[in-house]
Ligand binder design. Structure first.
Ligand code: UD1
Ligand code: CA
Length: 480
């Protein structure tokens, strides 16, 4: 396709049936607002400019668009919703000077593929008409505008459900609300619209009848599943399911092992490299990237996480905004909080929590630890139950563990401090001062063994228990 086209996305409606404080088009499917899916489809299809018509919840919609697409998407305000024709008129103000084609889309049709848009543009050009409309079929098209055709099969116009006769309501081909129109023709036609219809609105669909009665209108039929709209949250869940399968099957076709596509939750912006394995019930969110050959096991919930090649993320790992190095192992039941950066071959085991902590190549914390605000070198061993005491109630402090040091189990490291290269911290030590390179830090009470003391202790405890029982019985006898 050599020429480019502009796109208009209608998104000013309220979406009453969503019963939500959030504007309808900001409800998410696979981690992206519905409107963002539509914008991305228009961009991928090659739209040169994109204008979104906003109205209800305008501030929120504009903020979301700006954060995702910056200046590449502009908005036009439709202060009062007087119909799809009126909304398109509002958009035209943002497209002054554009004389090419305009593709019109709705913000609540999130499954529409860029291929559908490209095919519609092509069908309009091939037919050499001033307009092409995308249609679909359903045995029962209740609610939709029906396609009216003449005896030869040419499009004559569109009849809205509310305006349709019984015979017209039996028509199974319906208007998806996606069009490609020459801008000059669209401007002329929009100016001629009136409100003589059941809803008293300016119907964009009337532009199709105008094209049909002048040079003729082209049409292209597409899969009903791809052009389904969302009016309530049951439909939202329905489309989410379809999108989930589409994304999971897309990964499977690209060389990822997806054990069970129906329970694999991959966001629209996630990337997964070849030979990665996604076990059932995996959630990959945000801008997560999974490297080649990495395995993500069941129950993992990763948001904005980079997993390098061949890493093994074991069941029920929860991670946000973190990096998991090449061939590293994490989990089961590990929690990587933001800014955890694990180098290659790092091992993080069960019930270990990390936050704003880097670990160098080959370092390990295999069991029950809290590592917050840490800088950990290479080949460091952090024993079970180690805690970085990083917070004094006012400030966060850094714990630095230099290469090769060994932290014995159940130690508390009271930051700020540094454990020097190859140093040892004895089990159960509370470290409050830095430990020099190659030193041993130990702060526990010396052990004493009292021989034969255990049986004496037991006798004493038993006698105490019997006395207590007697006392209770005597008290009961006195009161009863
Ligand atoms: C519209 C079509 C119908 C088609 C259906 C497909 C018209 C008259 N009818 O009907 O033929 O089968 O879509 O889903 O066009 N919007 C605005 N401003 C408005 C009105 C609507 O921005 O004043 C936006 C909505 O937010 C929505 C889109 O336009 O994103 C479609 O509007 P909606 O009210 O859902 O149109 P339908 O009555 O479903
Ligand atoms: Ca609709």
């Amino acid at each position: 396709m050599s020429q480019s086209f502009a796109a208009v996305i209608l998104a000013a409606g309220q979406g009453t049936r969503m019963k939500s404080a959030l504007p309808k088009v900001l409800h998410e499917i696979a981690g992206l607002p519905m409107l963002a899916h539509v914008v991305r489809a228009a961009q991928r299809a090659g739209a040169s400019r994109i204008v979104v018509v906003v109205g209800h919840g305008r501030e929120l919609v504009e903020k979301d668009l700006a954060s995702r697409f910056g200046g590449s998407v502009t908005t036009a305000l439709q202060a009062e919703q007087k119909g799809t024709g009126h909304a398109t008129r509002c958009a035209m103000e943002g497209l002054a000077g554009h004389d090419g084609e305009i593709v019109i889309l709705a913000g609540d049709v999130p499954l529409l593929e860029s291929e559908a848009i490209a095919a519609l543009v092509k069908s309009k050009r091939d037919a050499a008409k001033s307009l092409a409309v995308l249609t679909a079929r359903l045995p029962d098209a209740t609610g939709y505008g029906r396609m009216l055709r003449d005896a030869s099969g040419s499009v004559v116009g569109i009849r809205e459900h509310k305006d349709a006769s019984e015979a017209e309501r039996a028509i199974t081909e319906w208007n998806t609300g996606v069009y490609c129109v020459d801008a000059p023709f669209l401007r002329e036609s929009l100016a001629k619209l009136d409100t003589k219809n059941a809803q008293g609105e300016l119907y964009l669909t009337d532009v199709v009848a105008m094209a049909a009665s002048t040079g003729g209108a082209a049409s292209l039929e597409w899969s009903a599943q791809s052009v389904a709209g969302v009016n309530d949250r049951a439909q939202l869940a329905d489309l989410e399911r379809t999108m989930r399968l589409r994304l999971a099957n897309g990964l499977a076709k690209s060389g990822v092992t997806v054990r069970d596509p129906s329970t694999t939750y991959v966001g629209a912006e996630v990337e997964v490299a070849v030979d990665a394995i996604l076990e059932p019930n995996v959630h990959l969110r945000g801008k997560t990237k999974i490297g080649a050959g990495a395995r993500i096991d069941t129950g993992a919930v990763l948001e904005d996480v980079i997993v390098h090649a061949s890493a093994n993320v074991k069941p029920y790992t929860v991670a946000q905004k973190s990096v998991i190095g090449e061939a590293a192992q994490v989990g089961p039941f590990s929690h990587l909080r933001p800014d955890s950066v694990l180098g290659p071959d790092v091992h993080i085991g069960n019930f270990v929590e990390t936050k704003k902590t880097t670990l160098g190549r080959g370092s390990k914390a295999n069991h029950l630890a809290y590592l917050g605000d840490g800088v950990i070198g290479e080949k460091v061993n952090v024993g079970a139950g180690t805690i970085f005491c990083n917070y004094d109630g006012f400030q966060k402090h850094t714990t630095t563990l230099e290469d090769g040091c060994f932290i014995g189990s159940d130690s508390q490291l009271v930051a700020p401090l540094t454990i020097g290269k190859n140093a040892y911290v004895g089990t159960g030590t509370t470290v409050t001062r830095s430990v020099p390179e190659d030193a041993l830090a130990i702060s526990r009470v010396k052990q004493e063994n009292k021989l034969g003391y255990a049986s004496r202790l037991r006798e004493r405890m038993k006698a105490l228990a019997e006395a207590a029982k007697r006392e209770k019985a005597e008290a009961a006898a006195k009161n009863g």
